[in-house]
Write a protein that binds this ligand. Structure first.
Ligand code: GTP
Ligand code: MG
Length: 190
């Protein structure tokens, strides 16, 4: 899947969020090229460091990076870099985030507070972000005003609800992020 033409605008975006919130799933759903994953089976040895609260059925985890590509109409090519979710991999984030224009932060209503640390890291890196609340079947549902309040979101920061397994919903989540990033990017002169 090679890109044709030279008129594309290339944009690097992060897909971030706490452990097991659906980052790998979202990139797998969206990528037009075979996505790169670094999934490894979770073993008994990791039980003391990996907090499985709320994600009991999970058997694998990202140990380095996810990577995929999505072309949007208007020749906007999005390069999606997924961060690993577990805290012990936080030192990798600075390298993965280098050159990114924005981040989609995934959140799970069963563990909303887990997204705070992620939003802090993204803000400290100076990146704009949108929040996508990933709909898990046994997760409580709240209206978006309540979610914005609970997440303490700036009025400008987009919040969308999405199922990371659904392509249309995931594309919409990315479009809201890209629109937000572009709205705050100074236009270049002629
Ligand atoms: N019902 C539902 N299940 C989801 C959704 N997104 C992901 N899942 C499931 O949740 C599990 C975890 O998803 P992953 O994509 O591996 O999560 P992750 O954020 O990449 O996890 P780490 O890399 O370990 O932090 C998988 O079994 C997915 O099939 C969703 O929107 N709805
Ligand atoms: Mg993952």
């Amino acid at each position: 899947m090679y890109l044709s033409g030279a008129d594309q605008t290339l944009v690097k975006l992060l897909v971030a969020g706490p452990f097991g919130v659906g980052k790998t799933t979202l990139i797998r759903t969206l990528s037009e090229t075979p996505p790169l994953h670094t999934e490894e089976v979770m073993t008994q040895t990791g039980a003391v460091v990996d907090d499985l609260a709320g994600v009991r059925d999970k058997t694998t985890t990202t140990v380095a990076i996810d990577f995929g590509r999505l072309t949007l109409p208007g020749d906007l090519v999005l390069y999606l870099f997924g961060t690993p979710g577990q805290k012990r991999f936080r030192p990798l984030w600075a390298d993965i985030a280098r050159g990114a224009l924005g981040a989609l932060v995934l959140a799970d209503t069963r563990r909303l507070s887990d997204s705070f640390e992620v939003m802090d890291i993204i803000e400290e890196a100076g990146l704009r972000y949108a929040v996508a609340v990933n709909a898990f079947p046994d997760a409580p549902t709240y209206d978006t005003d309540k979610l914005r309040e609970a997440l303490d979101l700036h009025p400008d920061t987009p919040l969308v609800l999405c199922d990371a397994r659904d392509r249309d919903q995931s594309v919409d989540a990315l479009i809201s992020l890209v629109s937000h990033v572009l709205a705050h990017t100074p236009q270049q002169g002629p």
